[in-house]
Design a protein around this ligand. Structure first.
Ligand SMILES: *[C@@H]1O[C@H](CO)[C@@H](O)[C@H](O)[C@H]1NC(C)=O
Ligand SMILES: *[C@@H]1O[C@H](CO)[C@@H](O)[C@H](O)[C@H]1NC(C)=O
Length: 143
């Protein structure tokens, strides 16, 4: 019985992918969206608060998506994953211990212009979604 309940991390991730596979973040409906501009070649830091609303609740898992595709996840106690095709040249950094938590994407290119959102699951409270609409501004933009 106890064995059935104890899921290993990999199946949890697969389970999460299946659950979120057909799910698309709807800006403003599923959560607030802020707009961020970042320079091509530069960095952008995306913030996400994973503090539970009540003290008897507990943070379980945090996932960042780029246009609804998972690029990063963190699961308690300390399982971290990043999408290899996105985290190229180790350009993705995460700080999950501070609040709000942050992920920083460096070496930004035009391809990084997208709607990002973080999804935080708690033991008790409903899932929290926060969107960040990232616009990558070219260095050579002329006016
Ligand atoms: C990105 O990849 C590098 C190199 O493999 C790794 O050290 C780093 O932890 C990854 N970033 C995240 C946020 O997982
Ligand atoms: C995201 O930003 C772009 C500009 O880069 C804008 O055209 C678009 O409407 C924004 N989307 C949302 C949902 O705010």
């Amino acid at each position: 019985m106890g064995r059935r309940m104890r899921l290993t991390p990999a199946p949890i991730y697969v389970f999460l992918l299946i659950c979120t596979g057909g799910y698309a973040f709807i800006p403003g409906v599923d959560g607030p969206v802020s707009n961020v501009e970042a320079l091509e070649g530069g960095d952008v830091t995306l913030l996400c608060d994973s503090t539970p609303d009540s003290s008897d609740d507990e943070f379980m898992i945090l996932v960042w998506y780029k246009n609804n595709m998972p690029i990063y996840s963190f699961e308690i106690p300390d399982k971290q994953w990043s999408e290899p095709s996105f985290n190229t040249s180790a350009r993705l950094r995460a700080d999950i211990r501070s609040q709000p938590t942050s992920v920083t994407i460096s070496s930004l290119s035009e391809d990084d212009q997208a709607m990002y959102h973080c999804r935080v699951d708690f033991r008790l409270s409903p899932t929290r979604n926060v969107g960040i609409n990232v616009t990558v501004v070219g260095k050579t933009t002329s006016f």
